[in-house]
Write a protein that binds this ligand. Structure first.
Ligand SMILES: [Zn+2]
Length: 347
């Protein structure tokens, strides 16, 4: 079996996927077609040209795509359509457990809560016909105020208490060069008190004091963790703290290299943490904008980081331990992984 086929068939859990950034080129084109009566053809043609460059988009063009998506997902209908497409695409890629994250925002005619209701409804609908558990994290954007963050935590707790089991936690994300993430610690503590799971984007750029405060808070997982080591602008204290707490790390290989927070795959921090036996999960971050898939991330780990197929299998299975679900669902997921192993990999 080729590595591509192996990674495609490998059961995978996606733990770090931003809803808007996960929108594929096909869905972006649908969004562009939907505004044909309100946006000039010349502007639509510029957008189409950029999105069709896919993997060849420059970093500047990737940021332009993010901006375009935010300009086009302005209605409940568009939000429903993109959420449904994203879930289907992950399922088609062999993803067997999916956690999406999104920042609630008011759209035409709907409030932030209406936004969350819409995404939850699509997730519930998908669960009727796909064998894919999908959970949702609500994101706090670093550019927001503490008050807005507290509102997001309150809203997340309300949805969690509704008991449908879709909304499970909080994410902190956004432009790492903006704001001070420690401002949100009171909101994060409230989230924990409410029994919500918490994952934080940390150390995407060097910032020792902020990163130390976030790690000392003790999140359930962290994203990226690029600048922990002294050689990447971190410190020995950060490495020691992260290692001793064994906080699972969401690794986004393609995203890190495309965003140039990591210069190349050869110097990616994954290998160092892998050799230390640190808990890690391969994730996509923004599969649509950076033109990747979770299967592709596993292929990259094989081709650029010398991970064998056996190592990829073990890595994928261990990811189930870091999902934000009940022990019962984790057991069911492990069974699914074992079934796939028997069906595909032991012939
Ligand atoms: Zn992210």
């Amino acid at each position: 079996m080729s590595v591509q086929a192996f990674c495609r068939r490998l059961p995978k859990a996606e733990l770090h996927a931003h809803l808007h950034g996960s929108i594929s080129t096909n869905t972006m084109q649908k969004l562009i077609n939907d505004v044909s009566h309100t946006v000039d053809k010349s502007e639509r043609d510029v957008w189409s040209t950029v999105i069709n460059k896919e993997g060849k988009r420059t970093l500047h063009e990737c940021f332009a795509v993010f901006k375009m998506i935010h300009e086009l997902v302005t209605s409940k209908e568009a939000l429903s359509m993109v959420t449904g497409d994203v879930i289907r695409e992950f399922a088609d890629d062999g993803v067997c457990y999916l956690e999406l994250r999104t920042t609630p925002r008011p759209l035409k005619g709907i409030s932030k809560r209406g936004y969350v209701d819409t995404v939850v409804a699509v997730i519930q609908e998908a669960s009727n016909h796909l064998e894919l558990p999908v959970k949702l994290l609500l994101s706090i954007d670093r550019r927001q105020s503490l008050e807005e963050a507290l509102d997001t935590v309150e809203m997340t707790a309300e949805y969690q208490q509704k008991g449908d089991g879709v909304v499970v936690g909080i994410d902190l994300s956004g432009d790492p060069t903006k704001g001070d993430a420690t401002t949100f610690l009171p909101a994060l503590r409230k989230a924990r008190e409410a029994g919500l799971k918490v994952t934080l984007h940390v150390a995407e750029v060097p910032n020792v004091a902020e990163t130390l405060s976030l790690l000392e808070f003790g999140p359930d997982r962290v994203g990226h963790g690029t600048c922990l080591h002294p050689a990447q602008g971190g410190s020995d204290e950060l490495v020691k703290c992260f290692e001793s707490k064994k906080i699972p790390l969401e690794v986004c290989l393609t995203s890190n290299v495309k965003c140039r927070t990591v210069q190349s795959y050869d110097v990616h921090h994954f290998r160092d943490w892998y050799e230390r036996g640190h808990p890690m999960a391969l994730c996509t971050d923004d599969k649509g904008v950076f033109s990747t898939s979770l299967s592709e991330e596993y292929c990259v780990a094989h081709s650029k980081l010398n991970m064998s197929q056996v190592e990829l299998w073990k890595l994928s299975l261990s990811t189930v331990d870091y999902t934000f679900v009940t022990d019962d669902l984790k057991r069911q997921l492990r069974h699914k992984w074992q079934d796939c192993k028997q069906n595909y990999f032991q012939q």
